[in-house]
Design a binder for this molecule. Structure first.
Ligand code: Q46
Ligand code: ZN
Ligand code: ZN
Length: 350
């Protein structure tokens, strides 16, 4: 199959777009799509300081790479969860994040040394002078170039227990640590974004993730969750704005992007992700997609359009429960007293 834009061999065929692209055109197309989502949903501007939640997986590292290539000032945040799974899951995923940020640094170093105008090291695309989003590549040639930082925080080192350990001793973690894990991650991301002055927190959720969540919420008509689901969760009450710039890209496109760009990521999933309902929903939607290309995209994007047109508006107004500052950490919480995160630790010395 040939690239739609040139005669090179295509590396990917995106049936939902009826579009096959070669490697060069694909790594131009992906950031352009992300930039469109950023603008369409008014996620952020070049003036915002962005914190990307990185897990060492393909989506979050691809997102960080794309935001940097588009010229946004995006730093990374890695939370060490203390999950081993028999293969050192957390340690390995941290190594992938560190290797990524090092490769960006050495890429920028190489540009400065070569003095070439706006061209990154091997595998990176050329910054054109056109008005394409790619032209806002980081100004690597300025005398004191901005370099992305990776912030890391180890949950066991900070709080004395790994995620599986906390989950093992509280009711909420019975059976699976995911609910406790989600709670801790949300709290720590909010806290760190706030303390370090980031206005935006970006996560690597792709369209497959979002469609699976939408499917789950629709199956049980969780209108509260449906009203809140979207590519942007506005800032407020001490929380940074949360955005999902990859929400219109398929998971396989992110895997292809990493491959073409040479981004090394952790292939293994978290050992606790197996058997999750969201994975079963993803498989169902993937089956539908095989039979009807674009079905998954239509499902999610039609939902977003319906919301833009007022679907669930009434429900949105009902949401905004009264918030209080947690007595211990100060983060906003709906319950008076301690927030859910602090209640996890009240009996633990930290
Ligand atoms: S990291 Fe945490 Fe996920 Fe692992 S323990 Fe569950 S929630 S599956 S995104
Ligand atoms: Zn091409
Ligand atoms: Zn608290």
């Amino acid at each position: 199959m040939k690239c739609r834009k040139c005669s090179e061999v295509a590396v990917i065929n995106m049936r939902q777009h009826k579009l096959a692209l070669c490697a060069d055109h694909f790594i131009e197309w992906v950031p352009a799509q992300v930039e469109k989502s950023i603008r369409k949903y008014r996620m952020f501007t070049p003036q915002d300081r962005i914190l990307v939640a990185v897990s060492g997986g393909k989506d979050s590292l691809a997102l960080w790479d794309i935001l940097l290539s588009l010229g946004y000032r995006a730093d990374g945040l890695y939370l060490g969860l203390g999950i081993d799974g028999g293969f050192g899951y957390s340690d390995e995923s941290q190594r992938k994040c560190e290797a990524f940020v090092k490769s960006v640094e050495s890429g920028n170093q190489a540009i400065r040394e070569s003095g070439s105008q706006g061209i990154r090291e091997s595998g990176n695309r050329e910054a054109s002078s056109s008005d394409s989003p790619i032209s806002r590549f980081p100004d690597s040639l300025t005398p004191d170039p901005w370099l992305p930082k990776l912030h890391t925080l180890s949950i066991p080192a900070t709080y004395g227990e790994s995620i599986p350990e906390v989950a093992g001793r509280v009711q909420r973690g019975r059976g699976k640590p995911c609910s406790v894990c989600g709670l801790i991650k949300r709290h720590e991301m909010n806290r760190i974004a706030h303390e370090l002055g980031y206005s935006v927190l970006a996560t690597g959720h792709n369209l497959d993730d979002e469609a699976a969540v939408l499917f789950g919420n629709t199956m049980t008509w969780q209108v509260g969750y449906l009203a809140r689901q979207g590519p942007v969760l506005p800032e407020g009450d001490g929380f940074a704005r949360k955005v999902k710039p990859l929400c219109r890209l398929y998971e396989r496109e992110m895997a292809a992007y990493c491959l073409v760009r040479g981004i090394d990521y952790i292939y293994e999933e978290c050992p606790y992700s197996f058997g999750a309902t969201s994975i079963a929903h993803k498989e169902l939607l993937a089956e539908l997609e095989r039979k009807s290309p674009g079905a998954r995209q239509n499902f999610y994007l039609s939902f977003l359009r319906a919301k833009e047109n007022g679907f669930l508006n009434d429900h949105n107004q009902e949401l905004s429960p009264l918030m209080h500052a947690c007595e211990r950490c100060g983060q906003p919480t709906t319950a008076p007293g301690l927030c859910a995160f602090c209640r996890l630790w009240v009996n633990v010395k930290i």
